[in-house]
Design a protein around this ligand. Sequence first.
Ligand SMILES: NC(=O)c1ccc[n+]([C@@H]2O[C@H](COP(=O)([O-])OP(=O)(O)OC[C@H]3O[C@@H](n4cnc5c(N)ncnc54)[C@H](O)[C@@H]3O)[C@@H](O)[C@H]2O)c1
Length: 358
Amino acid sequence: MKKIEVGIKGNHYQVIVGSNLVNQENLQILKDREVLLVVDQNIPSEFKDRITKDLADLSSKFHTIEILPSEENKNGVTLDKMHSKLITKRYSRECCLVGLGGGITCDITGFAAATYQRGVNFILFPSTLLSQVDASVGGKTAINHPQGKNMIGAFHQPVQVFADVSLLSFLPDMEISNGLSEVIKHALISDKEYFEWLETNMEDIISLEPKALETAITTSIEIKAEIVAKDEKEKGIRKYLNFGHTFGHAIELYGGFKEFSHGQSVAIGMLMAMKLSYIYEGFSEDDLIRSRDLINKANPNLNFNINFEEKKLIKNMSVDKKRVGNNLTFILLKEIGQAKINTDIKEEDIAKAIHSLV
Ligand SMILES: NC(=O)c1ccc[n+]([C@@H]2O[C@H](COP(=O)([O-])OP(=O)(O)OC[C@H]3O[C@@H](n4cnc5c(N)ncnc54)[C@H](O)[C@@H]3O)[C@@H](O)[C@H]2O)c1
């Protein structure tokens, strides 16, 4: 078991990484508290039943709400159902929300907690690789709007996160690939040694070899924790974590939030951002090939040969939250492990990047 400190000023908390973390001992912080469990519908029943029983025994008030996890449902209607439950069941400001699920459940649980009675506590049990290495850490909480991803949200930190690796053995292969997009992103923006370790260990991670998987999860969380502790509200270096996401969010919208998952969109978005890095930042051909190979290896079932309609994708980017005035903000790479912000990219080069996949 590993404990990673997220040292955000005034909001310090720990992320615990290990196996079989859904247990009475870890839930003791909820003893005699009012608890609302927000649980992803697809959590294997043995975990769902265990946490339900433990929380019902421990808490002073306990109810559950199930989330059907889709980007479509990460919306105001689902949020309203959660708030209605809290209000109808008379939850006070001292209550705590517990989110057990993937990134969608983590994001919406956090946002419900951020907005109920101007902010209550929440704890997360992220259950996908993506949510363990990324969505559960750093306090970005949000819901979608039909015109854009995560457009309505707040920064609100959890009080504790439990990344239980045992939950991952039930995940479909594609969800492991999705999480690996963010894992590779962490290496690309900040740690060449980690990138090289991933090149050597990717097969073991994909086959869920426990030691390799835990090392990847821990290293990625450490990278994210260090960045968000320095820049909680994304005024500077936290922007690096958006590498691949300016294209990625536009791709999700392009596919109506159905055709491409978040992880796949980020994988494709990183490839496009690397093309811009090559044009603008001197990112070498060798680094380009190595990064492309690693992304391909992590996504054996994704066909990257996609001919996007460039105008539609560029229009989708115009709603991006990272825009400054009329200029889009791109996170680019100077080399593997070194990121840079660039807000001065010509549209013709964005088009080149979009078409660089075919
Ligand atoms: N807040 C942040 O900093 C941040 C960072 C990255 C991504 N995100 C958000 O995270 C979301 C994507 O998260 P995701 O990829 O986890 O998607 P997700 O929440 O949709 O989960 C993926 C699928 O796995 C299923 N699932 C979850 N846990 C399971 C388990 N243990 N066993 C079997 N099936 C399981 C879910 O039901 C779902 O079908 C996006 O909405 C994205 O915007 C947020």
